[in-house]
Design a protein around this ligand. Structure first.
Ligand code: PEP
Ligand code: MG
Length: 756
């Protein structure tokens, strides 16, 4: 290498020696800058570390005035050092002082140096410091030198991230940036406040050996690991198991593409030639890629970064032999699990009692793992952008699953405030638990039926815990989503029987498979549609592919010997669809009779009312069905033509809009007139102010998430339903003008001292 006395390999080896000598952190840093300056034949070498207060502090120098160490600081928007940190890119100049960003710090005495080379010290794509060399003479730093210098910066990255330099920070500066407190707001998924420590679902590999003596041996190790990696991807693609890993076929395709990418592999080989071990080379190359892709705004490219990160991570595990995921049984107490993405089965393997919370970088409220987390009552937040790069194993962290707030390394007063929040919540839960065995009966003695929604076996203990009268909506597709492959007839039958047995005498209403739209079964081929929510889904699939629906109906009939069976059909748009499904059910019942087998004592077949077309055919509908359950989540989405998963429009319209309430009122009226039961099973039923509106419209049967049962029961027990009905009817019958009854109902609740 031109200009340097010895190659990068020798420097790395010497750095390794320094790192292993017994010395204080400051002494070590001081020796490192001397070594680097000598190696680069530079008069100056300095290390700046990014601090929690968003400034850069000079931590060590050879060549500049030593008195300036821990005194000189730069803002992130100041000087060449600030520029490098901001952009996370190297900067090489032969005449530094003429650069527009140059800022002169008199205490350092650096005015006599003409050329300047600085590189960022990187961690997860962000600069946590800057390493600089300067020369008195004007000179040009070669590509190789810049490369080697970046490799050297990795040693410092390990020191900073490992917390070794924390004690050196100037008092009052808050320490280094890697230990700063961060507050984020993510997507709320499952409520509850969790205080604990970060446990990374996929722990980062800590690279202990950066430097290798024999590049040929390292190249061999790299090739062997790449080979194994490719084989394992092929294996994953050829055999099921996809749902367990939470991976879909297209992600694996991308993996395969990268694993064969020549550009990537060449970069890894070059890094090994600079003297790095194979694992350090992977880390180094990935760090560069991260810097480039993190600054991309194109969502497709950023997505590819995650894929590449995952792939690099797999390769690192392969090379170091580290376990790929934390052994689930080794979970420490008060663990807040942090994962980029995760399959539902993986979550189920952790010890529930030690888990205080779950943070997902990518998964949102409808991801399968989110559904399971909710069922297990684990406080959860999702879509926490960048969280993996911000936390280290063991960091203190707090999450609030109701608001989506995340506090990383919180200050003691923030921690105290959240602990208080958690205590208040626990107290409220205690009050709700006290209501468990009390009836849901209003002040004026109107009885209300409160059941719960479920979708997994782990939900069912909530029947006893909440005092729910039954399962008003069992989303069978969730059982299918967490299964590794399509459950066959017998497996389904066994599952349904277990559910009925656990529910004991309480009714369970099974909804037939509601797949399609956003609910994808990993083992069934995904069909690309322009508008999946309006596409081939739910009962539409069941009628077009009768084998699927028939198997399910048969399994349900077989599972319910001598008891009552309740089935409801999702996404029915016309009466004819209902009749066609009923025809299938009748044929299955006929078959049982022919085989002389006992079927259920009685079968009740109902529809979910979630497509507005049914609102205009209510007379015929109520004449035909045994019961109706209103899925307000979808009914709202279709009535207002607003995608329930699209954050921009999902909350644009209120469920308490008079037009929506009038539509619901017409269903309640038909139920009264025909005597056919109607219930509400969308999220609306579980939200107290909305539940007030529904009670006021005449609804008396609800099914909701278990966590909402306490608040709604408390509300029912405190309200005079007669008065409430008069109030709501009055509002809807007078020409109410405005987009929502929310304010009026909130006022009603306050005026009548309703607490929930
Ligand atoms: C609904 O649409 O309101 C409903 C309860 O069903 P899901 O949320 O499963 O679509
Ligand atoms: Mg629905």
């Amino acid at each position: 290498m031109r200009g340097s006395l010895v190659g990068p390999r020798v420097l790395l080896r010497r750095l390794r020696e320094v790192m292993s000598e017994p010395a204080s952190a400051q002494e070590r840093l001081d020796r490192i800058v001397v070594l680097i300056a000598n190696n680069m034949v530079a008069e100056v070498c300095s290390v700046y570390v990014a601090r929690a207060d968003n400034t850069l502090e000079l931590y060590a120098t050879e060549g500049l005035n030593r008195e300036a160490v821990h005194l000189t600081t730069m803002r992130m928007d100041e000087g060449l050092v600030g520029l490098i940190a901001r952009e996370a890119q190297p900067l090489a100049l032969s005449d530094a002082q003429s650069h527009p960003s140059f800022s002169y710090k008199p205490e350092t005495g650096e005015e006599i140096y003409a050329s300047f080379l600085g590189v960022p010290i990187l961690r997860a794509g962000n600069a946590i410091g800057v390493l600089v060399v300067q020369n008195r003479a004007a000179r040009i730093y070669s590509e190789e030198e810049i490369e080697a210098f970046q490799t050297t910066a990795m040693v410092l990255a390990e020191m900073i991230a490992g917390g070794e330099l924390e004690a050196l920070a100037r008092p009052g500066s808050g320490g280094t940036v890697v230990k700063r407190t961060v507050a984020l707001v993510a997507q709320p998924i499952a409520e509850g406040v969790g205080l604990g420590h970060v446990v990374l679902h996929e722990p980062r590999v800590v690279i202990k050996n950066l430097v290798a003596d024999d590049p040929e041996a390292e190249l061999k190790r790299l090739n062997a690991s790449l080979e194994l990696l490719r084989a394992s991807i092929d294996d994953l693609m050829d055999h099921g198991g996809l749902s367990h890993a939470g991976e879909h076929r297209d992600v694996l395709e991308t993996f395969r593409m990268f694993a064969q990418d020549r550009g990537w592999i060449r970069k890894l080989q070059e890094a090994i030639h600079t003297g790095l071990t194979a694992e350090a080379a992977v880390e180094r190359v990935q760090s560069d890629i991260r810097v480039r892709l993190l600054r991309q705004t194109d969502p497709y490219l950023r997505e590819r970064l995650h894929d590449l990160d995952d792939l690099a991570n797999r390769l690192l595990h392969q090379l170091t032999g580290a376990a790929f995921t934390l052994a689930a049984e080794n979970l420490p107490e008060n663990a807040i699990l942090v994962a980029r993405a995760m399959g539902p089965a993986a979550l189920l393997e952790y010890q529930r009692l030690r888990l205080r919370g779950l943070v997902l970088e990518e998964g949102g409220a409808t991801s399968h793992v989110a559904i399971v987390a909710r069922a297990l009552g684990i406080p959860t937040v999702g879509k926490a952008e960048g969280i993996i790069g911000l936390v280290e194993q063991g960091d203190a962290i707090i999450i609030d699953g109701a608001s989506g707030e995340i506090q990383i390394r919180p200050s003691p007063d923030v921690e105290a405030a959240y602990a208080e929040r958690a205590r208040m919540r626990a107290k409220r839960q205690e009050q709700y638990r006290a209501l468990r065995d009390k009836q849901a009966i209003s002040k004026d003695k109107v009885s209300v039926d409160i059941q719960m929604n479920a979708g997994l076996l782990v939900d069912l203990p909530n029947l006893d815990e909440t005092g729910a009268a039954g399962v008003g909506l069992f989303r069978t597709e969730i059982l299918f989503m967490v299964a590794p492959s399509l459950p066959r007839a017998q497996a389904q039958e066994a599952l349904y029987r277990t559910i009925i047995d656990i529910a004991d005498r309480r009714p369970v209403t099974f909804r037939t498979l509601d797949i399609g739209g956003d609910k994808v079964l990993p083992y069934l081929r995904k069909i690309d549609e322009e508008n999946p929510a309006l596409g081939w889904r739910a009962v539409r699939i069941g009628l077009d592919r009768p084998a699927l629906l028939r198997t399910q109906l048969r399994a349900l009939l077989n599972a319910t010997r001598d008891r009552d069976l309740r089935i409801m059909l999702p996404m029915i748009s016309t009466l004819e669809e209902f009749e066609a499904a009923r025809g299938m059910l009748n044929r299955e019942r006929e078959r049982l009779r022919r085989l002389n087998q006992n079927g259920p004592r009685q079968v009740h077949l109902g529809v979910m009312l979630e497509v507005p077309s049914l609102l205009f055919d209510l007379d015929r509908l109520f004449a035909a069905v045994d019961f109706v359950s209103i899925g307000t989540n979808d009914l709202m989405q279709f009535m207002f033509a607003a995608d329930r998963e699209n954050a921009r429009v999902a909350t644009r319209f209120d469920t308490l809009h008079p037009s929506f309430l009038r539509a619901l009122a017409s269903v309640a009226r038909l139920s009264r007139e025909t005597g056919k039961p109607v219930s509400i099973c969308g999220e609306m039923a579980g939200r107290p102010i909305e539940a007030l509106a529904l009670l006021g419209l005449g609804f008396r049967s609800f099914s909701m998430s278990p966590s909402n049962i306490g608040p709604v029961k408390a509300l029912v027990r405190g309200v005079d339903i007669g008065k409430l009905e008069t109030f709501v009817r009055g509002k809807l019958e007078t020409a109410f003008d405005g987009p929502t009854l929310r304010a009026d109902l909130t006022e009603f609740a306050a005026a009548h001292d309703l607490s929930f």
